[in-house]
Design a protein around this ligand. Structure first.
Ligand code: PHE
Length: 455
């Protein structure tokens, strides 16, 4: 094989642009939709503590490794890893570490877009006042009527993919950077407003107790594994995004420092999302551990009861939609970068072609809510299977390969060159986590799930 044509990708125009884009990738449905309900089910503060340990002990070291691979390889994940492997005199097969990311991103975006479409639908219905009448008796039925409506869900999925394609097609400077420079400040502003509102009118005391007082009696092995998976997903690891974004980072930017800022901001948003949601949930006497329906079924009941709920609810779903969009563009980017390199297909065509293929695969997830809700195999519906495959197999495997490659297969001198470590202790600690702790933890989830998947 002739090898990929070196495609000249753009670089981020500033460190801030890169930070906004990477934080935009990390902050998504995972923080605002998933984290609060997982914390709710996993014992509140105990889950939060375990989660924090995984974010900084395992997520950050892997993020530094991914960013380094991206920047050293300067191409889309499969070609970046292949190029670094070549420079290091290692096998081409390591490019699997990049392939798993691109394939994972393709699969994840197909269903991520469906859930994101749902948030758009709720946003419009909130602002228009049409869900201002919901109460505990009919909120779940309303959710069912939306998800049961195949054409409606399909339309929102198409609109969301259309938005994602429109941003990515415009390139790094004209598309991604422009979008995140507007959207990230908007996201933070809405979040701060919602937290202030929730704290002022809601039950702050119960929220603090719930989120920060650890009750380890609720913690099971399942909770621990879930927290690790959530940390990985929330930091956008092992799905190509962070590695692809790393390829555009100028050489003078410190990758370790960037990784800490991204992880810190991502975690702060997850906790702030909890501080925006739970005071309201407790104030209205609703159930905090209500699973995936917490945001779509429980919260609308509170919005309907509160004064100004139309605006607060609308703003909340707008927040979710923005967070989802800046994540979705980072899932499409590695795929588009790869298509561009592969046969020199231009960016616009790559974004449209890749986006349409993802849209089509996503129809399986749309159907999982309605016509195919009873069509189950292996782990459940099409959506359940895609979620299982990506979260429990592709992500831990991809993370493991990255950790082993960078930790064990790259020359020390190359890593030093890339990271320019300021502290010897920090460097040694990072390498230790990457070489021993990360592979062990990721290997365990992978094996645990692979076995359970067979049972
Ligand atoms: N981190 C995003 C979230 O929390 C999801 C995501 C995963 C985005 C992997 C890109 C890559 O929702």
């Amino acid at each position: 094989m002739a090898g990929p044509a070196p495609a000249a990708h753009e670089n981020w125009s500033s460190r801030l642009a890169f930070m906004f884009a990477a934080i935009g990738s990390a902050v998504g449905l995972g923080n605002i939709w998933k984290f609060p309900y997982e914390a709710g089910e996993g014992g509140g503060g105990a889950f939060v503590l375990i989660y924090l340990a995984f974010v900084f002990g395992i997520g950050v070291p892997v993020m530094i490794a991914e960013l380094s691979l991206g920047r050293r390889g300067k191409m889309s994940p499969p070609n970046a890893v292949r190029s670094v492997a070549k420079q290091e005199g290692r096998s081409n097969l390591w490019s699997i570490a990049g392939w798993s990311g691109v394939i994972g991103a393709f699969l994840v975006l197909s269903f991520y877009s469906v859930i994101a479409g749902l948030t758009l639908s709720y946003m419009v219905d909130s602002f228009s006042g049409s869900i201002d009448t919901l109460d505990a008796s009919n909120s779940a039925d309303y959710f069912g009527s939306i998800t049961g409506n195949f054409p409606l869900l399909l339309l929102w999925h198409a609109i969301f993919m259309g938005l994602t394609i429109a941003v990515v097609a415009r390139g790094i400077h004209g598309g991604l950077e422009k979008a995140v420079t507007w959207l990230m400040p908007a996201l933070f502003a809405i979040l701060i407003l919602l937290v202030s509102y929730a704290m002022a009118v809601g039950d702050a005391a119960s929220t603090f107790k719930f989120l920060f007082q650890p009750d380890f009696s609720k913690v099971t092995l399942e909770t621990v594994i879930q927290a690790l998976g959530q940390a990985f997903f929330s930091l956008s690891l092992a799905l190509g995004s962070i590695m692809a974004y790393g390829a555009y980072v100028p050489k003078d930017v410190s990758l370790p420092k960037s990784a800490f800022i991204i992880a810190g901001a991502d975690t702060a948003v997850a906790i702030l999302a909890g501080l925006a949601i739970f005071p309201i949930v407790f104030h209205y006497g609703l159930e905090p551990g209500a699973g995936p329906g917490l945001v779509f079924i429980t919260l609308p009941v509170a919005f309907a009861q509160m004064p100004g709920g139309i605006l607060v609810g609308g703003a909340f779903f707008l927040l979710l939609a923005i967070a989802a969009l800046t994540s979705a563009i980072s899932l499409l980017e590695p795929i588009v970068a790869w298509l561009e390199e592969h046969r020199g297909i231009n960016r616009v065509k790559s974004a449209i072609g890749g986006g349409i293929a993802i849209f089509i695969l996503g129809i399986g997830s749309v159907l999982s809510f309605n016509y195919w809700a009873d069509v189950t195999f292996l782990r459940g519906t099409v959506l359940d299977n895609l979620d299982f495959l990506t979260n429990n197999i592709i992500m831990p495997l991809g993370g493991l390969l990255v950790a082993v490659f960078v930790g064990w297969r790259m020359k020390r001198i190359s890593i030093r060159d890339e990271l320019a470590p300021k502290s010897e202790f920090g460097f040694a600690l990072w390498l230790f986590m990457l070489r021993y702790v990360c592979p062990l933890a990721l290997g365990l989830i992978f094996m645990g799930f692979a076995f359970r998947g067979l049972l």
